[in-house]
Design a protein around this ligand. Structure first.
Ligand code: 7RM
Length: 654
């Protein structure tokens, strides 16, 4: 175990305290307030979470807040709740009836505003459609849609009738649909003819047809007409969304379901093995997403919130659909790519709709940096008051750019750490309280007992690397891997019995901040020193020539592992041996000689998942064997690997 100082934090002294203007209006407005409530929430988590859950509408009150027999949690047992009623109906009957719930923009520029009153009608109609088609509580419904309001409507309609949705990202191929149908046993699919992406129609229904040629247990496919592209309709099996909703009433009674009633299954690819169906349930999940939105985004009725994720990811489930709508928020939803027609699209929309809270991923931020400042410079971004980041460690370079260029130096940044499995954010600054250092997700949310343990299960000291562990159950946690309790137990609860292991390496600094240093599967061991991928990559990106970097360990006889780095340069910089030496030395200066890359490859692009995470295992395989044979179905752009395979030559250390 290394105990070097946090090398990720190469501008050690920079601490961004929330401004007085921000703090004075925030729900949690000082560190003293955070610490007090955090202490209470850890001493009596059930009391904290019960208070949060009480802000939701329950059709029957719970009799017990938590029943915990590790690794099985039941939250709010005895309670009956309708998740959809909480996200839609309760706003549609009060003063928010005519408030915009969703301000949607299609990629071609078409616009729609859906009020809570309208959303209620749409959701009720679609709930009636599902029931008319025989869907019952606990049935699985596969949703394969573009980023249109109907994707949220379909999810909410499932929740309303107690059906379990399984959203499959619209960029996945037929194979992913078949896998998920087989595992979940869904018998109905909700899809669209297509969606717009970078000026082209991405056809969806034909992909469903391809999947159903290999799987025959689906009896109904409901198709939204979005793009008007030509598709085949099987008269016995397929029906148009608009025909279906035309024949049903816009009223539907939302009945209460048990708090532990399943809400959805969302598959995560995982680095090896078959995708895991992460199962979430109702009352606890909604409490977690509701509460984190309220405190971490400090969401208000007059905010215009925008999360740029796709509903096919957990971020879209928790922070587009359930959390914001449970808070009665107004949000922007966008169909297409960030660079359609150019990299100014997001900023144009921020200006146009007066977005106040903006939540995106480091991969997007790095793409914006690479594209150039002329794009954000062309728009008025002064409506923004709070920024968020999720998905990967945000390297200080990206943090600072986001803070200055997008936030005008005025907006706090909440770097939110969480997972599909955690359901809601677990580690994050509170924007009116927490002093932020670029690169750290800072401190645990209320009720979250996060620690870093060494291999022997001992708590790590400040500065010491270990594994991130959560010691207490929390309401929005995963309940099982769908259909596989054993795998659930062995994957998450067996490293340290009774504790949840996240699979991330981390360390705390002297102020208690959590620094996520990368996935444990990716951690390097160089001459006995553990090195996180995040910190070496971050050191590379702190060089002015570098846009993005990925680091892996390859076997080395002397050192155990040697460091191999893939580097994408910013526009205007040329690959050269001199630059290579300079980058290597730069890492040496920032972290220490131990982390200097042994091999350095210039790569025009890095292999990423469709949600933007770097796929290091593919790079590792490529370096170790010269080819990539592993599962590449989650790869966003397969040509990147082909190009790397053909073009790359290492620049070995002299
Ligand atoms: C929300 C989401 C989870 C993994 C997680 C981490 C990484 C996510 C951060 C982060 C550092 C962050 N769910 N991760 N957020 N690492 N700082 N703020 O991404 O299931 O798709 O991925 O993502 O490794 O374990 S996920």
């Amino acid at each position: 175990m290394s105990t070097q100082k946090s090398s990720f934090n190469h501008n050690q002294d920079v601490v961004h305290k929330p401004s007085k203007t921000f703090s004075s209006k925030a729900r949690i407005s000082s560190m003293a307030a955070y610490k007090k409530l955090y202490k209470q929430s850890i001493e009596q988590p059930e009391k904290f979470w019960a208070r949060e859950a009480e802000e939701l509408v329950w059709q029957k009150p719970w009799s017990k807040v938590l029943d915990w027999k590790a690794p099985n949690a039941k939250w709010f047992e005895g309670g009956k709740i309708n998740v959809c009623e909480n996200c839609v109906d309760r706003h549609a009957v009060g003063p928010r009836k005519n408030k915009a719930a969703i301000i949607w923009e299609g990629e071609p520029g078409d616009k729609r505003v859906i009020t809570y009153g309208q959303l209620q009608k749409d959701v009720c109609r679609f709930a009636n459609v599902l029931q008319k088609n025989g869907v019952k509580a606990k049935d699985r419904v596969l949703i394969y849609m573009p980023m249109v309001p109907e994707a949220a409507v379909a999810m909410l309609a499932c929740a309303r009738i107690g059906a379990v949705h399984n959203v499959v990202f619209g960029g996945f191929a037929a194979e992913a649909i078949v896998d998920r149908l087989q595992d979940s046993g869904a018998s109905i699919i909700i899809t669209a003819d297509g969606g717009w992406r970078r000026g082209k129609v991405v056809a969806l229904k034909p992909v469903v047809d391809e999947a159903l040629a290999r799987y025959d247990q689906v009896s109904r496919v409901i198709v939204l007409k979005r793009c008007g592209n030509e598709i085949a309709m099987d008269a016995a099996r397929d029906a148009w969304w608009h025909d279906e909703v035309a024949t049903v009433p816009s009223k539907h009674v939302a009945k209460g379901f048990d708090s532990e009633h399943p809400l959805f299954v969302l598959y995560t690819s995982g680095s090896t093995g078959k995708p895991k169906g992460i199962l979430h349930t109702s009352g606890g999940y909604l409490t977690g997403t509701y509460s984190t939105c309220k405190y971490i985004f400090d969401m208000r009725d007059d905010d215009v919130y925008w999360c740029t994720a796709d509903v096919g990811w957990i971020t879209g489930h928790s922070y587009i659909v359930y959390g914001p709508l449970a808070n009665g928020a107004t949000q922007v939803m966008y169909e297409g790519a960030p660079n359609a027609p150019d990299f100014g699209r997001f900023w144009k929309m921020v200006e146009e709709y007066g977005v106040t809270i903006f939540y995106t991923a480091p991969t997007a931020i790095r793409a914006f940096i690479k594209a150039g400042d002329q794009f954000p410079n062309a728009y008025d971004l002064s409506s923004l008051r709070l920024l968020g980041s999720v998905g990967e460690p945000i390297n200080p370079e990206a943090w600072n750019w986001y803070h200055q260029k997008i936030g005008g130096g005025r907006c706090p940044i909440v770097d939110t750490w969480w997972q599909t499995e955690t359901g809601a954010i677990l580690i994050s600054p509170l924007p009116g309280a927490t002093p932020c250092k670029p690169g750290t997700a800072t401190l645990p949310f209320f009720g979250v007992d996060a620690v870093i343990l060494d291999d022997a299960g001992k708590k790590c000291k400040a500065g010491q690397d270990g594994r991130l562990v959560i010691r207490k159950p929390w309401p929005s946690m995963i309940r099982s891997i769908y259909g596989d309790k054993e795998r659930y137990k062995s994957t998450y609860w067996s490293d340290y019995p009774g504790f949840y292991t996240a699979g991330d390496g981390a360390r705390r600094d002297k102020d208690g901040n959590f620094w996520i240093i990368g996935r444990l599967d990716d951690v390097l061991n160089v001459s006995g020193h553990r090195l996180g991928t995040a910190e070496i990559e971050s050191a590379l990106v702190s060089h002015p020539a570098v846009a993005e970097a990925a680091v892996i360990g390859r076997p080395d006889e002397m050192k155990g592992q040697a460091v191999a780095a893939f580097v994408t340069l910013k526009a205007g910089f040329e690959e050269s041996e001199a630059l290579c030496a300079e980058l290597r030395n730069h890492v040496g200066k920032v972290i220490g000689a131990i982390a200097k890359p042994d091999d350095l490859y210039f790569a025009p692009g890095l292999p990423k998942t469709r949600s933007g995470k770097i796929m290091r295992r593919l790079l590792k395989e490529l370096v170790c064997t010269g080819k990539v044979t592993g599962n590449v179905t989650t790869l966003e752009d397969p040509s990147i690997i082909e190009n790397l395979q053909r073009k790359i030559a290492p620049h070995p250390a002299p």
